[in-house]
Design a protein around this ligand. Structure first.
Ligand code: PA5
Ligand code: NI
Length: 184
């Protein structure tokens, strides 16, 4: 007789929808992102209830060596000319890395070291992003549809948002049909 075979959770690659497991969703609205966008006046004019991104995380065991799986859905939009983006963070446990996989939409992954060196990787369906240890990360949606990315990270990594209080050293703005990167 065959042993019990369990059905694992599923991700729909085209949309990033997770199913078949306990899901925890966190919605981040414009109101929760003060001081994130360059144009503070444009941020004030925006609808504070507008959802900027949702993160769905599969409920799974926590502990040293355990991994979390989640999908970020970053909506298309702007504050002033600046594209919608995630808050961005270092891991509280700085030595812990993470992997992102682009699923749909187009955007950028902004990576920044503790020394302040920043670089950008293009995110598209199928892109693979290895976020090294000691590296802050932020998603930016430069397109007109939702940018969805799957992430896998150590459950012990934690989030340190405060360390980036002064922000990332690169910012991305709409320019014509594309985007323009500015130091700032
Ligand atoms: O683990 C990650 O890096 C992601 O799941 C992010 O937490 C997610 O994209 C939301 O970004 P932030 O945590 O910076 O608000
Ligand atoms: Ni992270």
């Amino acid at each position: 007789m065959n042993p019990d075979i369990f059905l694992p959770p599923q991700v729909a690659w085209a949309t990033g929808a997770l199913a078949g497991g306990p899901l925890i969703r966190k919605t981040t609205r414009l109101a929760e992102l003060p001081d994130v966008f360059t144009d503070g006046e444009a941020w004030k004019r925006g609808n504070p209830q507008q959802g900027v991104y949702d993160v769905d995380v599969l409920g799974s065991p926590v502990g040293e060596g355990a991994l979390f799986v989640g999908v970020t859905h970053l909506y298309a939009g702007n504050v002033g000319d600046e594209f919608f983006m995630t808050r961005g963070h270092f891991h509280a446990r700085r030595e812990q890395g993470e992997v992102y996989f682009g699923l749909r939409g187009v955007g950028l992954l902004l990576l920044q070291t503790e020394a302040g060196d920043a670089r950008l990787e293009q995110v598209t369906a199928g892109s693979v992003h290895i976020i090294p240890p000691f590296t802050a990360h932020r998603l930016i949606n430069t397109g007109t549809e939702t940018l969805s990315a799957l992430a896998v990270w150590p459950s012990v990594a934690g989030h340190d948002y405060a360390a980036l209080a002064e922000g990332f050293s690169l910012r991305v703005f709409a320019s014509g049909q594309g985007f323009e990167v500015r130091h700032g």
